[in-house]
Design a protein around this ligand. Structure first.
Ligand code: SF4
Length: 377
């Protein structure tokens, strides 16, 4: 039995976890006691995060759709087929979708490929705040020292370990005001003042001061709030959606809200989707795609529509890095081998680039990480 220290993939808080591995199988996950964010605690999702590794729909081999049915093919054949098809399209008709659920290394590789092809690329932040993370210096640690905390949205059910920091601040005397469109019981229980709103962008923040911390977990422009409260000295912490939404953004992949994401997908004849499942929003979004590639860990609703499906390694099956919502660059460590022929996303992209005769400029994880450090620091 071994214990592998890594980072929870459940959300952007970035809690440390230990995976318990027996005979190349993860059999449990425990919160990492010394991690500065979660301090030995985890939410329900964090406790169960490893179960995705053994999902019944895990993809194990590349698939090409023939006469409406998927057929297993070799990696060579699948990548040749994708390369042939990519060459048929003009750059402006090709879109790559990156993911805040994939590592920095995976997203970096996809961006390099998209840039080389002069194709479009984006990742979806859906219902999370839009923010220029490069400019944000507020940390999760600041929550505990705030005297007044304003929460826009919900951090108690959606990012529980942020909620725990708020409760710790309350124990030290902080007053908590929560704005939400739903009158959720958990929010009313944790708020000194609960305010139901219809529109998150119309919240009055005129009385905030330097002892105030504003935590945003709602689909609004956090940059505008930062600008509006700048003179007061109040701190603002936007909470990103996925474990590496911030990383994907800092690498330079455009962060798209739901409408922007839908419009981009609808406007693309050739789509290459890594680790995302837009069919869950609506199957109609994919109807204009003449050629669809899905690279994912499971046969998702979107993958069902694909012409080619490529099996990738999940977070527990690879080394790499995530950047959490307060910009901590954290290492994730491989605990077990991927199933079948599944491969790490950045390696798949590198192999595809070679089929296209493109040199992405890296040969190893270390090569990519050197570039990432330059870009995000
Ligand atoms: S708060 Fe987020 S990162 Fe932390 S354990 Fe829960 S899901 Fe994982």
């Amino acid at each position: 039995m071994k214990v592998v220290h890594t980072i929870c993939p459940g959300c952007s808080v970035g809690c440390g976890i230990d995976l318990i591995v027996k005979d190349d199988r993860v059999v449990g996950a425990h919160p990492y006691k010394k991690h500065p964010i979660n301090e030995g605690k985890s939410c329900l999702y964090g406790q169960n995060c490893y179960k995705i590794i053994y999902h019944e729909k895990r993809l194990k081999r590349p698939l090409i759709k023939k006469n409406g049915k998927f057929v297993e093919v070799s990696w060579d054949k699948a990548l040749d087929f994708i390369a042939e098809n990519l060459k048929k399209y003009n750059a402006e008709d090709i879109t790559f979708i990156a993911s805040g659920k994939c590592t920095n290394e995976d997203n970096y590789a996809l961006k390099k490929l998209a840039d080389n092809l002069k194709a479009r690329i984006g990742h979806c932040i859906c219902n999370s705040p839009k923010a220029n993370y490069a400019e944000i210096s507020t940390s999760i640690d600041d929550i505990e020292n705030a005297k007044n905390i304003i929460i826009i949205g919900d951090v108690f059910s959606e990012h529980t370990l942020i909620g725990r920091k708020v409760i710790k601040a309350k124990e030290k005397g902080a007053k908590v005001a929560i704005f939400n469109i739903d009158e959720k019981e958990i929010l009313k229980l944790n708020a000194d003042k609960f305010i139901r709103v219809d529109d998150y962008s119309k919240i009055d923040l005129s009385s905030v001061d330097e002892d105030t911390m504003i935590i945003i977990n709602a689909p609004i422009n956090a940059d505008e709030i930062i600008k509006n409260v700048k003179e007061s000295g109040a701190k603002v912490l936007p909470i990103a959606k996925h474990c590496n939404t911030v990383g994907a953004t800092l690498i330079g992949i455009p962060a798209l809200n739901k409408d922007e994401y839908i419009n981009l997908l609808k406007d693309s004849k050739c789509l290459y989707i890594m680790g995302e499942n837009p069919a869950l929003i609506s199957e109609d979004i994919l109807k204009n795609a003449e050629f669809l590639v899905v690279q994912d860990i499971i046969m998702s609703e979107t993958a069902e529509f694909a012409d080619v499906v490529l099996p990738s390694s999940c977070w527990a099956e690879k080394d790499g890095t995530f950047i959490n919502t307060d910009k901590r660059l954290q290492k994730i460590n491989k605990a077990v081998n991927p199933p079948g022929e599944a491969m790490t996303d950045w390696m798949i992209i590198k192999n595809l680039a070679e089929k296209l005769g493109i040199d992405l400029g890296f040969n190893s994880l270390e090569d990519i990480q050197k570039e990432i450090i330059k870009v995000v620091s």
